[in-house]
Each structure stands twice: as C-alpha cells, then as structure tokens.
Write a protein of this length. Sequence first.
Length: 249
Amino acid sequence: MVNGINMYYEIHGKGRPLVLLHGGGSTLNTTFGRIIPALAKRHKLIAVELQAHGHTGDRDAPETFAQDAADVVELLEQLDIQKADVFGFSNGGQTALELGMRYPQKVGKLVIASAFYKRSAVPAGFWDGFEGATLNSMPKIYQDEYLKITNDPARLQNMFNKDVQRMRLFKDWTDDEIKSIQAPSLIVIGDQDLPFPEHAVGMHRLMPASRLAILPGNHGSYLGEAMSPDPNSRMPELFAALLEEFLTN
C-alpha cells in the first residue's frame, strides 16, 4: 500500500537502482517491454505502474505529476532504497521532472524522454484534442493491454478520464523550476516527436548538469514503445547502449 493505493511494481536485475516511469495511458509493457531485458543486465530495475494505470489501484483524487512523484518516493522508502536513478518517458518524464525538483535527495541521475515542461512545446492541435475527447481517441493497443490486465471497461474509462483531465489542466513549470534540477540528466527526444526538438534544446540549456540526445524517430520509437512503427528496428538496442553509457559514467 503506497499513499492509500495498491501500487504495482516489478523488480528486474541487480545493480544500481533505476526506476522506470511509463507514459500516460500506458503500462510497463507498452512503454518499456522492448528494453527491460537490456537494462536489467546491469541495473536493479524498479518498474512501476502509476495511479490508475495497469495493475495499480486508484484514489478518490485527480492524477497529478506531484502525487505520482510522492508515490514513487514512498515506494522507494518501503523498498529501503535511499537513492535511485529515474527514467521517465512522456508523462513519466514529467513525473521524473517533479522528482528532480521536489526530491533531489532521492534522485541519482535522471533520464527525461519525450517529455515537456511548457504547453508551447507541442502543436496547438494536441491541446485541442482534449476538448470533448472520448475513449475512441485512445490507441487500441493501449486499451487492449489495459483490459488484458484488468478486464474492467469501467476502470479503463476512469483512467482515460483522469489522464485527459490532467492534460487539460496542465500548467507550465517555470524556467527557474527547471533550472533548479541539479541531478545529472539526459534529455532525449525524437526528431519527429510530439514535443518539438527545439523545446528539448531549451530544457537542456536550462538544466545545469544535462546532456541532450536527439534521435531519429517519433514519440518513443527509439525505445521500442508499443506504438513504434517498426517492431524490427534496432534503435531500441542502440538507445539502451546510449542509456547505459550515460548511467554508468
């Protein structure tokens, strides 16, 4: 039990702890399934599913990135892990930003993948899409994966509603808040990603201990995320090697 919810996590491998934070509407498998085996060779992976997602329960409160960060910290406390590296993709990257800002003592290195801190980071049409959004807007592969886990359409709808509400209410972090992140950080973006590569460059300029990687691909294709167009791409393998280089040096 973590802050009032049953929080699902998996542990893979041994070594320096690395927390994996999935994207919105996703699960561990849809975000990280392709690269967990590679990362587990040298790291103790703590792969979590956040509030209302996958196997994890819900609370009578909205989803927020601040609450997700607090849940991760509490889980680490319960696992007796004093400090961990954190790898967040998409909405998980926003949770990783919260961890870097609010809980610096718990964070070793940060990987911020395909995430953003300003509304202007993405095309205006992205925000328009949340007005009147229905479950049909959610990619079927995410729906199928969730129902495979829960077999509960009502829970799926609840997760979707909370994800949409969080994004509709999304407010920018300030430049000063981003500057406050002192952890060594790797900012990763695809050259055809949802956030503009220019936004990732700007974030890199603000974060004093950051590195930047702009990779060929769209939103998550470089890590083999479930929506990736080419399941046979070698990019996830190459990305895992890049990640390893950053985390171990």
